[in-house]
Design a protein around this ligand. Sequence first.
Ligand SMILES: [Zn+2]
Length: 81
Amino acid sequence: MPGLLACRRCGQHKPALDQAPLPGKWGPLILADICADCWHDWIEEQTRLINHERLLPSEPEHRKVLYARMASFLHLDPESV
Ligand SMILES: [Zn+2]
């Protein structure tokens, strides 16, 4: 059962994710600072971006854009990684 964390995005104490949702440097940051609900909000937003702005996660340049959007959506500091 995942513990509660003080979420950096919504500011509430909510359940964490069970495991890092991404490989690489972002995963542990999100796991430590972002609640499961906010992560799911981002997944929906990401789907919207992929559909509306035709961003392809398989393209490295597009992935950079998506990670930048993710960082601002989740209030993560891109400088900290
Ligand atoms: Zn949250």
